[in-house]
Design a protein around this ligand. Sequence first.
Ligand SMILES: [Zn+2]
Length: 253
Amino acid sequence: MAVELYAFTCGFLTLPRAFLLKGESGMITVPVPSYLIVHPKGRVLFDTGLHEKELENPADYAGDVIARYHTFHFSAGEEIGARLRAIGVDPDGINIVVNSHLHFDHCGGNAQLPNADILIQRRELEHARATGSTNGYLVTDWDTGQGFREVDGEHDIFGDGTVVCLPTYGHTPGHQSLRVQTELGGEYILCGDACYLKDSLEQMHAPGIIVDREAALAVFRKFRELQELGARIMFGHDPDFWKSIPQAPVRLG
Ligand SMILES: [Zn+2]
């Protein structure tokens, strides 16, 4: 099965480095990635970036707490719907959205994909429902009317091993990553926030903000194993790494 993988940058955020690397100081400006996977049986998006309402005055939509710690660099044309249309893909034709988790910079674009099923770890959805609009979650980002496909642990989306959800709990209670087997570039691990930076993995450096540190470090070890087996690790918010990643319409894998 020929599977194609494309990367998009849906804006940037400036935030404290200590959020990503415990104990560090200063600020860091990071990309907000989204990926399109074209499989013969369907079109999948992994993460959807920021909400359209954050294009104008983010604090009005996201609230004071998120706006206090994040400067948004997000302009019209960078939202996921526009990114897709720019390469000739109709957002209405996306079949499945896989959200790594339901923080505002990973599911804000869900509303722009009205016909997609939302594929999420059951425990992440339960956590988001219990949390409400606090701690990086905004109910209006993910409660957007589409149906949910709730899964528990590893899940092979098309049943052929090419696009597989991997449970990577730790950043949040129900975080997941996506393993994609492409014809062109081999295997990719789309980390989401399970591993922010190349340095996180190389130095086993945990983030400053984390739900379960031990679980997150176990995920790092798993990523290292996959890396040794030849998988390409796609770090979640690494500005230097991201400069080397071809953007759609150029195919990544
Ligand atoms: Zn994030």
